[in-house]
Write a protein that binds this ligand. Structure first.
Ligand code: PGA
Ligand code: ZN
Length: 418
């Protein structure tokens, strides 16, 4: 089996700016397609998303340079390679790029090829993608334990204007027997929340990730009251059927060594911000806190872990950026007990799976996530989460590009139960 053709094109992402789609064709006729997401509040240590910076097209957000990198630079090196050798394919691209953050060819260009090659190989083997990934990477799991949904209900920060300073208020439906039923539970709470917002005269329009983004909330804690009301109205019990999760994405509010909560007129030290979240955890049924501290505030993370890590999962996202080296450091410092996984943060499939495996070996949870700004309809992240027995997927819940992920997860649940 050999790679015969690789071709990239510019497509539109969920934010109406371009992203990249890549097609890999094999000599036996199998075809793999994949498209690449990117974030609105990306961490500074992520792999580079190569934009054209030509202000005459999409205000500079075009991706024709990345398209050309795939077609002119990567394709000639990979044509003739065996698509089943995923690690080798990724390694060739890593070496061709030669930078620490994939800034020469672009993490978007490299990831598009990496994912499309895996899909083509799975197609050729007539295997579901998740099963192929498990086999290809010799993953050590015998059974499939499907990831539970983590759903954004209210969003603010960089994902929505005029809402909260903090980025995401999530629910994690965990009480039902099947994934489908947990998804139904989450969707019903989302619909109940829409009614709660309307009753309170708040706007129920949605932000980047399909969550509500009302203006006029009195502070950054107010969303929890609304969400708890919605859980109750939908007939579920918080703390039993549904837990709460927060992604305050605090790198976005960190400047000059302090955290700024503009809505509340607060400027907090790391210690004070930890106390702020401790109050939340004492009051509400939390499952996890993601990026409660900024991406380079390394000395404060072990403190929050020590004080809250037994009660909730402390999740690294901008801190760890799906990077095996940053994850190893976080494990050594006892900074986190869960990691967010985003394929485009590191830029190859092999490195992403390596990171998940390091996390699982250290007994950390792995939460495979969508992106805020530039999502696509590709549900690759779901097959990745299933292949690796990741504990959660963080997605949407509304908007087509998010729903696509849950529909794929439910399809897999059906497939596995036959
Ligand atoms: P992003 O945000 O994809 O816009 O960077 C999502 C997150 O922080 O989890
Ligand atoms: Zn995050």
């Amino acid at each position: 089996m050999k790679i015969k053709q690789i071709q990239a094109r510019e497509i539109l992402s969920s934010g109406a700016t371009p992203s990249l789609e890549v097609k890999v064709v094999l000599d036996n006729g199998a075809v793999g397609m994949a498209s690449v997401p990117f974030g609105a509040s990306a961490g500074i240590h992520e792999a580079c998303v190569l934009f054209d910076k030509d202000v005459k097209r999409f205000g500079g957000a075009g991706m024709l340079k990345a398209v050309a990198d795939v077609n002119d630079k990567i394709a000639p090196k990979l044509i003739g390679q065996n698509p089943l050798e995923q690690k080798k394919i990724d390694q060739i691209m890593i070496e061709l790029d030669g930078t620490d953050n994939k800034s020469k060819l672009g993490g978007n260009a490299i990831l598009g090829v990496s994912l499309a090659a895996a899909r083509a190989a799975a197609m050729a083997k007539k295997m579901p993608l998740y099963a192929y990934l498990r086999e290809c990477f010799h993953l050590p799991y015998k059974k499939y334990v499907l990831p539970k949904p983590m759903m954004v209900m209210i969003e603010g920060g960089k994902h929505a204007a005029d809402s909260t300073d903090l980025q995401e208020y999530l629910i994690t439906p965990v009480g039902q027997k099947t994934i489908k039923e947990n998804i139904r539970c989450g969707a019903e709470i989302y619909l109940a929340l829409k009614k709660v917002l309307k009753e309170k005269g708040l706007n129920a329009n949605v932000g980047n990730e399909g969550a509500f983004a009302p203006a006029g909330l009195k502070d950054n804690e107010a969303p929890w009251q609304l969400i708890l009301q919605a859980i109750k109205n939908a007939g579920y019990t918080a703390g039993k059927d549904v837990m709460l999760s927060a992604d305050p994405a605090t790198s976005e509010i960190f400047t000059n060594g302090k955290y700024h909560l503009k809505k509340e007129g607060l400027t907090l030290s790391s210690r004070q911000l930890i106390n702020y979240f401790k109050k939340w955890v004492a009051k509400y049924p939390f499952l996890s806190l993601e990026d409660p501290l900024a991406e380079d505030d390394w000395e404060s993370w072990p403190i929050i872990m020590k004080e809250l890590g037994k009660k909730v999962r402390i999740v690294g996202d901008d801190l760890t950026v799906t990077n095996p080296e940053r994850l190893a450091k976080a494990i050594k410092l006892k900074a986190i007990n869960a990691i967010l996984i985003k394929l485009n943060q590191i830029g190859t499939l092999s490195e992403t799976i390596q990171t998940i495996e390091i996390a699982h070996q250290a007994k950390l949870w792995s939460i495979v996530s969508h992106r805020g700004g530039g999502e696509t309809n590709d549900a690759f992240m779901i097959d990745l989460a299933v292949a690796t027995n990741s504990e959660f997927v963080k997605v949407g819940i509304s908007r087509g590009e998010r729903v696509e992920k849950y529909n794929r997860l439910m399809e897999i649940e059906d497939e596995l139960s036959f």
